[in-house]
Design a binder for this molecule. Structure first.
Ligand code: PMP
Length: 404
């Protein structure tokens, strides 16, 4: 019996990636992987979490930690997040914060909130693959958000209308984006706001890597810039900020957050009630305790260690890449983005890299909603030692120096 004829139309857009299949080979001995954009587990604040879970499960607290809780999220954690947002220049109250199960859930909910079939989502070419996947379920059309090329906003609106919908939001990750590692200047962030104002659409600001800056001065979040423009009134803002503890404390606990104007939060709360009632109470309580105790010192440690790894990767690329290969120098985050000479193919290169040199990365094409970008690669430096980075990039250099 097959039920495939009964699957909803939206499922035709949700495909398993061939790359994921290839990357199953990563467990082989001797493999060096720059593929997963994941934190180094050796850097998890595991002892602090062990203590926090122990405390939360102590006789006086377990009735609360193991119980259902409100969909908005654990209030002390929302208060901590409101204070944290203040350090970034955003003034909000806990009622403007929703706890989500990772920021991935926020992306799914925002797709559900805004996108009817054929509506347009403006995204970068390339952009975070998980955002394309989350939005895809709502059958949108994607258009390329071009920042700084002075394209008149009305051209986005016209194209959206021709496709039978409207531009609903621009999605972007302004700090050390996945996959490019690029950071938008303040002027570019303001330009995105101008486009969104002209189109009367939302801005989804994905701040997953915001805390991981290794050089240069922080740039204010888009939400902070907009709030300043609107005289401090968050309720007047169209920017929806998605944060997460995944890159700083632990991705496995699945704790993220959204900051937005109350009507948006209210809609997202309805979705959360319908989808999973609330994020795990125990995880929220433990995350609050750990964040309150060591968020600042722990992120400083991460910045020091990951910053050295970034430096090691940039040094190794200088040393080993053949002429014609270029890359972005990220000021933070977890990724270096490579562009190969036109005509070279990242997926074919991955097959050879796995078989001949036992080194892995993610071919860049999957990050392009229009299927372009075949000659690009994403390398992650977060989960390899400096020695592994030097060796892995040397291996990659050998493959790239072979006649194609
Ligand atoms: N946004 C970006 C840009 C990411 O890279 C990731 C994780 N790779 C996420 C969101 C989702 O992270 P999480 O759900 O763990 O918060």
């Amino acid at each position: 019996m097959s039920l495939s004829a009964q699957f909803a139309k939206r499922m035709s857009r949700m495909k398993a990636s061939e790359i994921r299949e290839l990357l199953k080979l990563l467990d082989q001995p001797g493999m060096l992987s720059f593929a997963g954009g994941i934190p180094d587990p050796a850097l998890f604040p595991a002892e602090a979490f062990a203590e926090a879970f122990q405390d939360a499960l102590s006789p006086g607290r377990q009735a609360r930690s193991l119980q259902y809780s409100v969909s908005e999220g654990y209030l002390p954690l929302r208060e901590w997040i409101a204070d944290h947002m203040a350090t970034l220049g955003v003034t909000c109250g806990p009622e403007q914060v929703l706890i989500t199960s990772g920021s991935q859930q926020a992306l799914d909910y925002l797709g559900k909130l805004f996108l009817s079939p054929n509506d347009t989502a403006l995204v970068g070419w390339p952009t975070y693959l998980g955002a394309i996947a989350a939005f895809n379920a709502y059958e949108p059309r994607f258009d390329q958000l071009r920042i700084g090329d002075n394209q008149p906003p009305v051209s986005y609106a016209i194209a959206a209308e021709v496709a039978g919908g409207r531009v609903k939001f621009a999605y972007l990750s302004p700090d050390f984006a996945n996959p490019t590692g690029e950071t938008l200047t303040q002027a570019e962030r303001l330009a995105v706001l101008d486009v969104a104002e002209a189109l009367n659409c939302a801005v989804i600001e994905d701040a997953a890597y915001q805390a991981l800056r290794y050089e240069g001065e922080p740039v204010a979040p888009i939400l902070a810039l907009e709030q300043a423009r609107k005289g401090g009134d968050l309720e007047a803002c169209r920017t929806i900020y998605c944060g997460t503890f995944s890159k700083t404390l632990s991705p496995g606990l699945r704790v993220g957050w959204v900051v937005a104007a109350s009507p948006v939060i209210a809609q997202l709360v309805l979705m959360k009630q319908a989808a999973d009632l609330h994020s795990a109470t125990l995880n929220q309580i433990a995350t609050h305790q750990v964040a309150a105790a060591l968020y600042e010192s722990h992120t400083a440690t991460l910045r020091a260690v990951y910053g050295r790894r970034r430096d090691a990767m940039l040094r190794a690329l200088e040393q080993h890449m053949p002429a014609g290969v270029s890359w972005v120098r990220p000021e933070g985050g977890m990724f270096v983005w490579l562009t190969l000479p036109t005509g070279q193919d990242g997926a074919a290169l991955l097959q050879r890299a796995l078989a001949q040199e036992q080194v892995a990365f993610v071919p860049g094409q999957a990050f392009f909603a229009d299927g372009s970008g075949a000659n690009t690669l994403r390398l992650s430096f977060s989960n390899s030692s400096e020695t592994q980075i030097a060796e892995g990039v040397a291996r990659l250099g050998r493959i790239l120096s072979e006649p194609q």
